[in-house]
Design a protein around this ligand. Sequence first.
Ligand SMILES: NC(=O)CC[C@H](N)C(=O)O
Length: 382
Amino acid sequence: MNQPAFLALADGTVFEGLSFGAPVLRAGEVVFNTAMTGYQEILSDPSYARQIVTLTYPHIGNTGCTDEDDERGQVFAAGLVVRELPTPPSNWRTQVDLPRWLSERGLPAIAEIDTRKLTRILRDRGAQNGALMAGPDATAEKAIEAARGFSGLLGMDLAREVTCGKPFEWRRGSLDLDTGKEAESSGEFHVVAYDFGCKHNILRMLADRGCRITVVPAQTPAADVFAMNPDGVFMSNGPGDPEPCGYAIEAIRSFLAQKTPLFGICLGHQLLGLAAGARTVKMKFGHHGANHPVQNLDSGQVMISSQNHGFAVDEATLPANVRPTYRSLFDGSLQGIGLTDAPAYSFQGHPEASPGPHDVAPVFDPFINAMREARSATAKAS
Ligand SMILES: NC(=O)CC[C@H](N)C(=O)O
């Protein structure tokens, strides 16, 4: 028997439904995600730290959960909201069903609420502070109190909370589902990846492209990275507001000054924007889904992308040496930049497509090409 659960918003709105996760209370920003698949990748993506995720697709849990699909080996989202209670999974890869996976990881989840009504509230009023409470002591009042006690994501540096404790090496490429084998990086390029909450599939895609990666904690000074003599530096995705991450912005400025090939995804994109002198803004309800069209401003090509962000680089504030490279066709917001005086590139969406469509995988190319060119320039000079 499923116990009652309460989802409260800070304005006092309460949804009462059934619990299918852990019997706990968690507060966070309530957002909606329109992806039809990939709930496990979403919940284990560190960028969702302190966010309660509402999935607009009603049938969630059908494919169960498997360790191989975790983006980081633990959950980071603060809670899960869905329309229907999950039915038993039907998938040859399933290790456990979603309710057990959530309970084992301490994540609360609520079902049997009107997720269309909730999504309309989030679209009209913007992402809301909220709280999800399940368990024998759960009441609407306690959930409302917790929702009001959450201070919101604006100004919150969460990258330093979810980053790795110490550096580690990564060479593992993509997993072949037919053989169960992982590709191995050729090790052609040495990339230092700043871990602000890096998803494993980004590391896999870098490894597929010939990178052997040293992943370093978020607050690693640029001098330590120069000492590793990398071919390029990668700035990962991550949770929270990019603006308070001064340590990362300062490091990026050093890499730009040395013309080190640099690439950023999502939070990494926002940090490159800030380091270059642009400003970031909090969006009304952000972009969370796997069906977002973006346009390459050089070729005009339209691609469908995976998205998960609540902040954005404000295109109106780009300095003269930063050019826009991609734009969202949903709301016209900036989706990518490139510097004109340094080999530095970034993309707001998720080329690692985990979950999501693979169209934007080519956004890795300018970074890989920049490292190759830097190599041949050094070879010619010596
Ligand atoms: N996926 C991400 O890296 C998200 C970046 C940032 N935390 C945002 O919400 O915009």
